[in-house]
Design a protein around this ligand. Structure first.
Ligand code: CDP
Ligand code: CDP
Length: 220
């Protein structure tokens, strides 16, 4: 089978990482969660109280971001340190938009993402994969769902993990992150011209996976 590149972009909690992980396994592709890289950069900035791009980048170079696949899912590291949980905290989530809007941080992480994509067939999820990171990807999906449904998905996920949360707060946080990600000057969240729009409101994870895999298999 031909090793293809698949770009999955879309707003927060539209299901990108969930479906991308399954598709990677089914089709034998590398999976890269670019959001986790921006989250890791945010954790670096917050805990070292860094605001200047060069300082954040220097710190990441000293302790590079890496991923490890385990039976419990994908783990994220900064140097030797496991930051898998840290990067999902509210503090990181609520600060990731300003860190990911810094042009130098994007240039640095995009170069890293493109280097990883040279290793073989890949499915990458994020906001600018189809427009900036993998402009020549064979398949580009722009995955959306209503704000209400995305907040409800996150709510259920948090409940299952025992994380207390409020549905209305989740809705406003998601809407606010959509606004920031779509309106920033550099690489805003935007559907690539050649991307397939998939509105997953009311669709199960299985339905979304099947839709994307059907198209991918036609290209492999
Ligand atoms: O999983 P969730 O939708 O909460 O977000 P994520 O994919 O983990 O991404 C976290 C944040 O990183 C997004 O809100 C964007 O601000 C930023 N991001 C980005 O700017 N470009 C990407 N390719 C991926 C994420
Ligand atoms: O990566 P992104 O932020 O786009 O979303 P996610 O973390 O993959 O998915 C958010 C939540 O929605 C997860 O709990 C999924 O199990 C759930 N979900 C989904 O991803 N897709 C559906 N069609 C239905 C639910």
């Amino acid at each position: 089978m031909k090793k293809i590149q698949i770009a999955v972009d879309g707003p927060a909690s539209s299901g990108k990482s969930t479906v991308a992980k399954i598709i990677a396994q089914d089709l034998g592709l590398i999976y890269l969660d670019t959001g986790a890289m921006y989250r890791a950069a945010t954790a670096v900035a917050l805990r070292n109280n860094l605001k200047v791009a060069a300082d954040i980048i220097e710190e990441i170079k000293a302790n590079p971001i890496s991923f490890k696949n385990t039976s419990h899912g994908q783990m994220v590291f900064l140097g030797e340190e496991d930051v898998t949980k840290l990067i999902r905290t509210n503090e990181v989530t609520n600060n990731v938009s300003w860190v990911s809007a810094i042009p130098e941080i994007r240039t640095f992480l995009v170069a890293e993402q493109q280097r990883i994509s040279d290793e073989g067939g890949i499915i990458m999820d994020g906001r600018d994969i189809g427009t900036v990171v993998l402009p020549d990807a064979e398949l580009k999906i722009f995955l959306v769902a209503s704000v209400d449904e995305r907040a409800e998905r996150r709510y259920k996920e948090n409940q299952a993990k025992g994380i207390p949360c409020d549905l209305d707060v989740l809705k406003s946080e998601i809407a606010e992150r959509d606004r920031k990600d779509s309106s920033r000057a550099v690489s805003p969240l935007k559907q690539a011209e050649d991307a397939v729009l998939l509105d997953s409101t009311g669709m199960s994870i299985k339905d979304v996976v099947e839709f994307i895999e059907r198209r991918a298999k036609e290209l492999m």
